[in-house]
Design a protein. Structure first.
Length: 94
């Protein structure tokens, strides 16, 4: 799966370093799917969508909302590109 990290700031650089061994980081990636918990989608969804479209208008952006358990499963199966997880408790493998 190709993944494009938008931005070269501190967080973008952190993501590139973290995700480079796992994903094919490519500036030509055409889409991204971000999964967020239902509990924060109304608060963060608009801001995330706007920030993404402001910085990478050429990329198709899809925001989906679900429970943390569903998002974790989607991430494990690579059905979404990125996900925000909350209230996981102790999970040493993540």
């Amino acid at each position: 799966m190709k993944l494009q990290i938008v931005g070269d700031g501190a967080f973008g650089s952190f993501l590139k370093e973290l995700l480079d061994p796992i994903f094919d980081l490519d500036s030509a990636a055409e889409s991204v799917i971000l999964a967020v918990p239902q509990s924060i989608s109304r608060i963060a969804g608009v801001a995330l969508s706007k920030a993404f479209l402001d910085h990478a208008p050429q990329i198709s952006f899809r925001l989906v909302e679900a429970t943390t358990g569903q998002i974790r499963g989607w991430l494990d199966l690579a059905k979404v590109d990125l996900g925000i997880l909350v209230d996981l408790g102790p999970m040493s493998h993540l």
